[in-house]
Design a protein around this ligand. Structure first.
Ligand code: F6R
Length: 264
């Protein structure tokens, strides 16, 4: 995994926006996989700025969101549908018929067929070119909680208590208000993307980041599955990098990469 360590949250967000913007400029009809949460907000802000000030064009981009709370209608203020509209889609020229966010209100007896169709839609779109990811404090990617199969595909997943506690900050700090399950892309779905970009910021993520990047490949830290991916890049700030044992090596290789790119 390539590991890029940036000074702080702002620099991490700018770097992530660099990768996404160059993907979209290189291939205007790119298919992007997108997360919600606190981590990518700065990246979305920076992409909106580039749309407004640098002609970054999303008119032909297709998106698939990683997940949605099960049981929340799209109109609910805490749904990921609302999050995406407020933090990104309402501010760029994306066409809503190319936006895909799992529907958290699918009837339980239709969930399996719905999730299989979500996978089908990704395939029909040509597969995900770039999947942006955050990582949970327990090492999850998407809502693939510890113990999720590394071969999992889009499905319904019960949320662990730790994740519900983390997310209660969006639900008046009341864990009882946090949905008990989510529809989420699986680990194998995520690994199908051509590039995976994992972001992390803050000391609270340091242990999860260490486990995902340097720990053993294990379903107990689903982020570690990125070690199997041939083009996975972690963009993390110094606080999130603080527990990495090989931090100096990652900094060195990025410096060498920059020098080599300058030479050729
Ligand atoms: C969100 C998602 C989750 C988050 C993770 C980190 O769509 O799939 O895996 O990326 O829980 O959340 P934050 O960024 O809020 O710390």
């Amino acid at each position: 995994m390539r590991v890029i360590i940036e000074k702080n949250y702002e620099k991490m967000s700018e770097k992530a926006a660099d990768f996404i913007a160059s993907q979209v400029r290189r291939k205007p009809n790119s298919v992007l996989g997108l997360p919600t949460g606190g981590t990518p907000i700065g990246t979305y802000k920076e992409l909106i700025r580039r749309y407004n000030e640098e002609n970054l064009d999303f008119a032909h981009v297709t998106t698939f969101n990683l997940d949605e709370y099960y049981g929340l209608p799209a109109s609910h203020p805490q749904s990921y549908y609302q999050y995406m509209k407020q933090n990104f889609f309402d501010h760029i020229n994306i066409s809503f018929n190319r936006v895909h966010i799992p529907n958290g209100m699918v009837r339980m007896d239709e969930v399996d067929a719905y999730c299989a169709n979500y996978e089908e839609l990704m395939k029909e779109a040509g597969g995900i070119d770039l999947q942006l990811l955050g990582i949970g404090g327990n090492g999850h990617i998407g809502f693939n909680e510890p113990g999720s199969s590394l071969g999992s595909r889009t499905r319904i997943k019960t949320l662990g208590q730790e994740t519900r506690k983390d997310d209660s900050r969006f639900f008046e700090n009341d864990i009882e208000k946090v949905p008990k399950a989510a529809l989420t892309m699986g680990v194998a779905t995520i690994l199908d993307a051509r590039t995976c970009l994992m972001l992390a910021s803050g000391k609270g993520k340091a242990e999860a980041v260490k486990q995902a990047i340097e720990g053993p490949l294990t379903s107990q830290t689903t982020g570690s599955a990125l070690q199997l991916h041939s083009h996975a890049i972690a963009i993390i700030d110094e606080d999130a990098a603080s527990a990495l044992e090989r931090k100096d090596y990652y900094i060195y290789t990025e410096k060498m990469r920059a020098e080599l790119e300058g030479d050729y």
